[in-house]
Design a protein around this ligand. Structure first.
Ligand SMILES: N[C@@H](CCC(=O)N[C@@H](CS)C(=O)NCC(=O)O)C(=O)O
Length: 270
C-alpha cells in the first residue's frame, strides 16, 4: 500500500480537518503544501475542481474534508472518529455538516475581509513555506490574485458583516449542543468536535495549530479575538486542541515509515 498523500493549504481550516484526522489515526502521510492562486492548475489537473484538501488514498483521489474523513474512517476505523451508536453517529455527522456549511465559509469570509489590508500576514500564513522563487513570484502576482480571491469568496463589507453574525450563531449552536461531558456527541471526542474546533481555529488560534500559530493576527482580528475569548465555545476549542490535537504523523517523501504508523501497520489495528 502507498503512503497517503495530502494536497493542502497550510493555514486553512478545512485542510486542518483532513490533516487532524490523519494525525489522529497515526497514519504516516505525505503533505504537499500549495500556494493559494498557484494551486489551481495542480488541483484542477488532479480533480477537475480547484479546492483543497485533496487526499490520494490507495490510488483514489478524494476531495472534500468530510469525504476524506469518511474514507479514512472506513479504511482505519481505529481510533474512531465516528460514534458506534447509530443515533450518536447521526448526531455527530449532522453537526459536522452544520459546521462545514454554516461556520466554515463564513468565518473565512469575515477573516479575509478583516485581513485585507495586511498582505504580509497572508504571505506569512499561506506562502512562507514555499521556495524563495515561488514566494517572489507570488508577491509579484498578488495584485492580480488578491482581488480574484475576494471575488471568488464573495468578500465585501456587507457580506463580511453577515459572515461575522453567522460565526457568532455557530458559536451559540456549539454552546447549546455541548453535552455536560464537554463533547458534542457520544460523550467522547468525535468528528463533530474535530470539525467545530478546526473550523473555529482562524479566530481561536490555538497554539497546537500546526502552521503559523505564532503569527500575530492583524489588529481588527486580534480585537475580535480578545472580545470572544471569554466565551465557552472559544475556551472549549482551546481545550479540544490542547487535549486532542496530538502530534503530526507527516513524513517526508521517500521516508514513509519514518514517523507515525505506516498504512500496513495501521490496517493491523482494529
Ligand atoms: N467543503 C470543502 C471546502 C474546501 C475549501 O473551501 N477549500 C478552500 C481552502 S479553505 C480552497 O481550496 N479554496 C481555493 C479554491 O477554491 O480554488 C471541504 O470541506 O473540503
Amino acid at each position: 500500500m502507498n503512503t497517503p498523500e495530502l494536497w493542502q493549504f497550510t493555514s486553512s481550516h478545512y485542510n486542518e480537518k483532513a490533516r487532524w484526522a490523519l494525525d489522529f489515526k497515526h497514519l504516516a502521510h505525505i503533505r504537499h503544501s500549495l500556494v493559494p492562486g498557484f494551486h489551481v492548475p495542480v488541483v484542477k489537473r488532479m480533480t477537475g475542481q480547484t479546492q483543497v484538501p485533496v487526499l490520494k488514498l490507495n490510488g483514489a483521489i478524494i476531495t472534500d474534508s468530510s469525504k476524506i474523513i469518511e474514507a479514512l474512517e472506513r479504511a482505519w476505523p481505529e481510533p474512531p472518529l465516528y460514534p458506534t451508536d447509530a443515533e450518536e453517529r447521526r448526531r455527530a455527522l449532522e453537526l459536522e455538516d452544520y459546521f462545514d456549511e454554516e461556520l466554515g465559509p463564513y468565518i473565512r469570509r469575515w477573516f479575509f475581509y478583516e485581513a485585507r489590508d495586511y498582505p504580509e500576514f497572508f504571505h506569512a500564513a499561506f506562502v512562507s513555506h514555499a521556495s524563495t522563487a515561488v514566494q517572489l513570484a507570488r508577491r509579484a502576482m498578488s495584485p492580480l490574485i488578491a482581488p480574484m480571491m475576494r471575488r471568488m469568496m464573495d468578500i465585501n463589507p456587507e457580506s463580511a458583516k453577515v459572515a461575522y453574525l453567522k460565526m457568532l450563531a455557530a458559536m451559540d449552536r456549539l454552546e447549546k449542543d455541548l453535552r455536560s461531558s464537554g463533547y458534542l456527541a457520544a460523550d467522547r471526542f468525535t468528528v463533530a468536535d474535530l470539525t467545530a474546533a478546526a473550523l473555529l481555529s482562524p479566530i481561536v488560534r490555538p497554539p497546537q495549530f500546526p502552521y503559523g500559530s505564532e503569527l500575530v493576527p492583524p489588529p481588527p482580528i486580534a480585537k475580535v479575538r480578545a472580545d470572544l475569548e471569554p466565551r465557552l465555545a472559544f475556551q472549549w476549542a482551546l481545550r479540544i486542541y490542547r487535549e486532542h490535537r496530538g502530534k503530526s504523523t507527516e513524513v517526508a517523501e521517500g521516508k514513509n515509515a519514518a514517523r507515525g504508523r505506516s498504512q500496513s501497520e495501521a490496517t493491523k489495528v482494529s
